[in-house]
Design a protein around this ligand. Structure first.
Ligand code: DHB
Ligand code: FE
Length: 282
């Protein structure tokens, strides 16, 4: 049987990829951010998950505004990255797990989530940066199931809907018959706004509240609307929806193992949250 051993929330600012490429992790600007990942990398080394199920948002590399699924699940055995700007060199392809993808897709449709299925899907920095942060050069040994959530073009799904999507994915993972150790990732946030009158907006109080509620009382986050999240976290801070979906997929006893919060990287308040998921509390 598959086991979901934990969940991880992480920011995905493209500048992080440039810092890794330059080897700038020890520089004063970067070290408070990268040091926050040391316990995460140690935990991944000791627990050795085989598969990462990643809730993320595409930023225009695979989906554009003309065709925007609310939720889309990758069903490929290989995912390519490509030049998406930001000064990032395209990352090496990442292995998929098509068998688990189809199991997740079957379960989601059965549970009335009418998702798009993508047998070909480019993945952008919202997947490649978390992979680089978590596994570095070893990322090629991990298989992924990417699940894209629309946080770009309104109307956006609500936090409650994203939480329930995560719960349905969590049930699918718990039912999966193959032997596999799985970690669930939520990519994005925390508060940031890249353009408009509030460009540069950061809300530390709200970010820290969310990080606490993700551990202790995730249902509280489902009381917000997605527009509340835009107001409280910024128009790109709404990427928090991916963390909420990740938390929904943890159905066991959830315990915080580590967190770090650092302002700013580029325009963004960055956070990392590592949750252990043990047993089956459902
Ligand atoms: C930045 C943050 C993001 O989440 C993103 O997708 C792109 C850029 C930034 O702060 O630069
Ligand atoms: Fe983003």
């Amino acid at each position: 049987m598959a086991r979901v051993i934990g969940g991880l929330g992480t920011s995905h600012v493209p500048a992080i990829g440039s810092a890794i490429a330059r080897g700038a992790q020890q520089e004063a600007y970067w070290s408070p951010f990268f040091e926050g990942f040391v316990p995460v990398c140690d935990w991944l080394k000791s627990t050795q998950p085989d598969i990462a199920v990643i809730f993320y948002n595409d930023h225009g590399l695979n989906f554009f505004l003309d065709k925007m699924p609310t939720f889309a699940v990758g069903a490929a055995s290989r995912y390519r990255n490509a030049d998406e700007g930001w000064g990032l060199a395209p990352a090496a392809p990442i292995m998929g797990d098509a068998s688990l993808s189809w199991h997740v897709i079957d379960t989601l449709v059965e549970r009335e989530f009418d998702i798009a299925t993508c047998q070909e899907m480019l993945v952008d920095h919202a997947v490649t940066i978390p992979m680089a942060l978590m596994w570095g050069e070893q990322a090629h040994g991990i298989r992924i199931v990417p699940i894209a959530v629309n946080t770009i073009q309104h109307p956006l799904p609500s936090p409650a809907r994203c939480f329930r999507l995560g719960q349905a994915v969590g049930r699918a993972l718990a039912d999966y018959k193959e032997d596999a150790t799985i970690v669930v990732v939520g990519s994005g946030g925390l508060s940031h706004q890249l353009d408009g009158a509030r460009a540069g907006f950061i809300n530390k109080t709200f970010d820290l509240l969310c990080m606490q509620q993700l551990v202790e009382d995730p249902n509280a986050l489902t009381e917000y609307s997605s527009l509340d999240l835009v107001e409280l976290a910024g128009s790109q801070g709404v990427e928090l929806l991916n963390w909420i979906a990740m938390r929904g997929a943890l159905s066991g006893n959830v315990r915080k193992l580590h967190s770090n919060y650092h302002i700013p990287i580029s325009n963004t308040a960055t956070g990392v949250l590592l949750l252990e998921n043990s047993g089956d509390g459902s």
